[in-house]
Structure formats: C-alpha cells, structure tokens
Design a binder for this molecule. Structure first.
Ligand SMILES: [Zn+2]
Length: 95
C-alpha cells in the first residue's frame, strides 16, 4: 500500500546517526571510549592496565610469521601449476 511522503519522512525522522562520545586519555591525550582503557597506551585512570607496546610487538611478529607462511605456500602452489601447464597442451594435441 502506498505511503504518503509525510508518512515516510516521519518514519525516517529517527534514522539520524549520533557521533560517539569520547573521552581524552590522561596519559597520552588520545581519544578513547569513556570508562574504557585507552587503546593507544593501555592506561585507565592514570594506571597501566595492559602493556600495549609489547602487545604491538608480538602482534607484528605474528603477522610477519603469517606473511612468510603465505609466501612459502604460494611458492609451493606456483611450481605444480608450471608442471600442469604442459599436460594441457598434450591433451589438445591428442584431440
Ligand atoms: Zn592513552
């Protein structure tokens, strides 16, 4: 059933987005969610809750290991593809 424009506009009057409220970190000055630890430095209420520097280091080491694993996998995949390519040519010649 057809809605009037006013009906649609009334429904959409509640669709506006609101900006999230953010607090400034007492330690580093970055914005973070209120009542939550600062994600930049790991401080909450002037006290270190989580060692973000060591977390970042271990995360980078993990990502680097993953990248190398993917690289070595791609190297394994590329070699069989090169072997398979001549087989397809042989099939075409047979037909
Ligand atoms: Zn901070």
């Amino acid at each position: 059933m057809r809605h009037t424009r006013a009906h649609t506009a009334n429904r959409r009057s509640h669709h506006a987005l609101t900006a999230p409220t953010l607090a400034t970190c007492q330690n580093c000055g970055a914005k973070h969610r209120p009542h939550h630890m600062c994600l930049d430095c790991g401080f909450y209420k002037g006290r270190m809750v989580m060692d973000m520097a060591s977390k970042k280091k271990s995360r980078e080491a993990r990502l680097e290991a993953k990248r190398e694993a993917i690289k070595s996998q791609q190297g394994d995949v590329a070699e069989p593809a090169a072997v398979e390519a001549p087989k397809e040519e042989e099939k075409k010649e047979a037909k």
